[in-house]
Design a protein around this ligand. Structure first.
Ligand SMILES: Nc1ncnc2c1ncn2[C@@H]1O[C@H](COP(=O)(O)OP(=O)(O)O)[C@@H](O)[C@H]1O
Ligand SMILES: [Mg+2]
Length: 294
């Protein structure tokens, strides 16, 4: 029988934002969602698994490569597997304005070399991240993982560690049906063994305009692929909130703040606010949330 404390222990959901296609707004989504969750009173952890470190440099004040320890240690430092304090040492809290309740684990330029290291040194190369994040799930309200633009061991680790995932699809550029199917196969193949309870939250249409016919066609095609992929669980589909296109997104990333910080009533800021609201209800985040500051 579990004791009372175990019954009531809160474990943060872990959402991976994945797509091997670059430039589809994975990082933009992670960064702005993190800010919106934080405005709603959640304590948020962002784990940056992309060697390019865009999420780290957007959220953090310091060049991610200046940190002695970073996400590499989540994979290569054996001691972090069992010691919560060592994982906690990797978490940074020195953040830019707009990310007040957000912490992050910075990535490193060397992360690409992890694949080789893990394949030779680990018995379970795809489950290293999972072991570490399990140790700190009770510390945060929500954990977001920014994935690199490839179907490698880093993305595999994210898929094994996550409780949920989102696939951003940019409807404003050339879109690949076969790419989406390949991604779905990779996720299914990886999670069947390592993470059978993984839940798909859905495809997130980004830079989307519902009034441009070509983009409408892409959205329609994505939703028909999604319908076919739903399977017996009924998970997934296209998320009910989509993200508009706005030049403020690029501006915010240059200034290293959430979009809301430079354009309060911007459509994209509103979209991410609505997406955070939707996800909070869907995931039933359990910590007491304060009213958002207007
Ligand atoms: N909703 C949006 N409107 C306009 N530009 C966007 C939007 N979302 C992302 N972008 C831009 O698209 C580019 C790629 O976004 P990014 O989040 O870095 O993608 P990924 O992490 O998938 O590679 C960036 O220059 C970003 O500023
Ligand atoms: Mg990115």
């Amino acid at each position: 029988m579990p004791n009372k404390q175990e019954e009531t222990q809160y474990l943060a959901p872990i959402i991976a934002c994945a797509n091997h296609k670059g430039g589809v707004a994975k990082t933009t989504t992670v960064v702005n969602l993190a800010a919106e969750f934080s405005r709603k009173g959640c304590s948020v952890l962002v784990v940056d698994l992309d060697p390019q470190g865009n999420a780290s440099s957007h959220i953090g004040k310091i060049d991610p490569n200046m940190y002695e320890k970073n996400a590499m240690n989540l994979f290569c430092d054996r001691n972090t597997r069992l010691d919560k304090r060592l994982v906690a040492e990797l978490i940074q809290t020195d953040v830019n304005p707009g990310f007040e309740n957000v912490s992050y684990i910075p990535s490193s330029e060397d992360m690409d070399s992890i694949t080789e290291t893990l394949r030779t040194k680990s018995n379970r190369p795809v489950e290293e991240l999972k072991a570490r994040l399990q140790l700190i799930r009770d510390v945060f309200d929500i954990i977001l993982i920014d994935c690199p633009p490839s179907l490698n061991l880093l993305t595999g680790n994210a898929i094994s560690a996550a409780t949920h995932y989102i696939i951003p699809v940019d409807t404003s550029t050339d879109y690949s049906r076969s790419g989406l199917l390949r991604l779905a196969n990779f996720i299914e193949y990886t999670s069947t063994d390592t993470n059978p309870d993984l839940m798909y939250l859905g495809a997130l249409l980004t830079r989307h305009s519902a009034s441009i016919n070509a983009q409408k066609a892409v959205a329609f095609e994505v939703s028909s692929i999604e319908e076919n992929m739903r399977g017996s669980t009924g998970n997934g589909g296209v998320l009910p909130v989509y993200i508009h296109n706005s030049s403020k997104v690029g501006e915010a990333s240059i200034l290293r703040v959430p979009v809301r910080k430079i354009a309060r009533s911007n459509k994209v800021a509103e979209d991410y606010k609505n997406l955070a609201h939707f996800l909070m209800e869907k995931l039933a985040l359990q910590k007491s949330m304060i009213d958002e500051v207007a």
